[in-house]
Design a protein around this ligand. Structure first.
Ligand code: D5M
Ligand code: FE
Ligand code: ZN
Length: 496
């Protein structure tokens, strides 16, 4: 049987070629794959009959003419032929050399200092850099130091900088320098020029973060979409299962051009709600067992077409170490998920390259600390807090607040490369910002407002999915919270 089918296919191709037609390789591939379920003889004759000047038989010609009841199968095959995934996991932290206790933190901070100093030297004029012990009243001195503390007053700002040689306190009066001090995150590295005033106090003349240069982002050659999301909280009574299922249905129907060319789904932490994460959480759980939550998550993700590659990094609700960097979900917790070949479990943070586009995924726990310690930022615009992280070139600069950091030999939370897309979640508010060519996206949530968030005054934006066109890095959003769905250009809605 099989032999006669392939003979038949060869015969059809010979006939088409004899009539002066060429068959595009992808179309050939498609013909081969549908030869079992479609009457190719009739189909190709019809294609040829309808062809005009163009004598190449293409995938579109075949797709247009297959019978209605065969369209679904053919569409799925076309997706696979046309868009084999092209991704690389660049950094996935599975093992980390930890050093216990105070020594560990000393190592960590000296690693942070060295790594950030190397970055800042590329960006800021770092000639004549001195140590803090060399600051003197005689001349103006350039130093690199970690921000130990800062206090902002009306018309001035005082900062204490620290390096391995000591600390220095200096005050800024120039309004633009005062503003810069307001914006620098605590425990981040800065280069400052410090001089002495007549009143014998040190004055900050300038202050700079490592920052990023103007960046030309990488884009994919072909039009292909990635859905970036986070904070599903499967297992919570507040998880919007219906809306998430509407998203899955939309993916499967492939009715619009975005759904048809969507090949990646990135889940940036808090995929499940976990157990014992906050006091009295059990009262708000639909599923009170972590494995059962993961099984439910797997059930949902299994409904997503298998040609979509899914990447999941942990957040603060996942059953992994809370100190950052966090390893991927593993062991028995990972088991249900790893049964699906299109699921990739990543660390938090993780770097990946998708269709040539470099993406940094970080759940975003430290956003709480940045928001709490930096004037001028608010929870409604988490992408601006992400911008602060990017400028500081560190994912969790603020030490000793809510973000637990692992004491280790190397500080892996330094942002050593420039991402094309920087994704975070955690605050449950969809927001985007472009900074020097880099797209910053906080990807919202699928969880309704919880009682805790109500008390905190956090108003989430659930079930609105941002989708990135990887060929342009434009973002559109699809609102699954309503029956009537509307696609919108995310940045345009900001401006309205
Ligand atoms: O976090 C959901 C939201 O709640 C996010 O905006 C942060 C905020 N949140 C969570 N935990 C805390 C604590 N401990 N203090 C202040 N704000 C918090 P999720 O990680 O989904 O629970
Ligand atoms: Fe969350
Ligand atoms: Zn979170």
């Amino acid at each position: 049987m099989a032999a006669s089918r392939s003979d038949n296919l060869a015969q059809i191709i010979r006939e088409a070629v004899a009539k002066g037609y060429q068959i595009e390789p992808k179309a050939f591939d498609l013909m081969r794959q549908i030869s079992e379920s479609v009457d190719l003889d009739v189909l190709i004759n019809e294609v040829i009959r309808q062809k005009g000047e163009d004598r190449t038989i293409r995938v579109e010609d075949i797709e247009r003419l297959v019978k209605k009841e065969e369209k679904e199968v053919v569409k799925e095959i076309i997706c696979k032929i046309e868009e084999t995934p092209n991704f690389k996991i660049l950094s996935n932290i599975t093992k980390l050399k930890t050093v216990p206790g105070t020594t560990g933190y000393q190592h960590l901070f000296s690693s942070r200092y060295r790594k950030l100093l190397n970055l800042i030297k590329k960006r800021v004029d770092s000639s004549n850099l001195h140590t803090i012990s060399e600051v003197s009243a005689e001349r103006s001195t350039r130093v690199a130091g970690l921000v130990y503390s800062k206090s902002i007053r009306r018309g001035s700002a005082t900062i204490v900088l620290e390096d391995e040689t000591g600390r220095v306190e200096a005050t800024a009066f120039d309004p633009s320098v005062v503003k810069s001090i307001q914006e620098v995150p605590l425990d981040s590295l800065v280069v400052a020029t410090i001089s002495s005033s007549k009143k014998n106090i040190f004055v900050v003349e300038s202050i700079n973060l490592p920052d990023i240069p103007e960046h030309i982002p990488n884009t994919s050659k072909r039009r292909i979409y990635a859905a970036l999301t986070s904070d599903l909280h499967v297992g919570s009574k507040f998880f919007l299962k219906d809306a998430f299922q509407a998203f899955i249905k939309w993916l499967n129907r492939r009715e619009d051009e975005v759904a048809a060319h969507l090949r990646y789904l990135l889940i940036c932490g808090d995929a499940i709600d976990g157990v014992g994460v906050y006091p009295n959480q059990d009262k708000e759980l639909e599923i009170a067992d972590v494995i059962k939550q993961i099984t439910e998550l797997t059930k949902l993700l299994k409904l997503i077409p298998s040609y979509i590659e899914i990447f999941i990094c942990p957040g603060n609700h996942e059953p992994v170490r809370q100190a950052q960097p966090q390893p991927p979900i593993s062991g028995s917790f990972a088991e249900p998920l790893t049964k699906l070949p299109n699921i990739h479990l990543l660390s938090n943070p993780a770097w990946l390259e998708v269709e040539g586009v470099k993406i940094l995924m970080y759940h975003g726990r430290s956003l709480e600390d940045i928001l709490a310690t930096t004037a001028g930022l608010s929870v409604e615009r988490p992408a601006l807090a992400m911008k602060s992280l990017l400028k500081a070139r560190h994912l969790a600069p603020v030490y000793g607040r809510r973000t637990p950091i692992l004491p280790a030999e190397e500080d892996l939370l330094v942002i050593d490369e420039i991402p094309d897309i920087f994704q975070s979640g955690h605050v449950h508010i969809l927001d985007s910002e472009r900074y020097r060519g880099c797209l910053l996206l906080n990807t919202g949530t699928w969880q309704m407002q919880t009682s805790y968030q109500l008390d905190m005054g956090i108003v989430p934006t659930p079930a609105i999915l941002p989708v990135v066109d990887l060929s342009t890095l434009q973002v559109l959003t699809i609102d699954f919270s309503k029956q009537e769905r509307k696609q919108q250009d995310l940045e345009r809605t900001h401006l309205e």
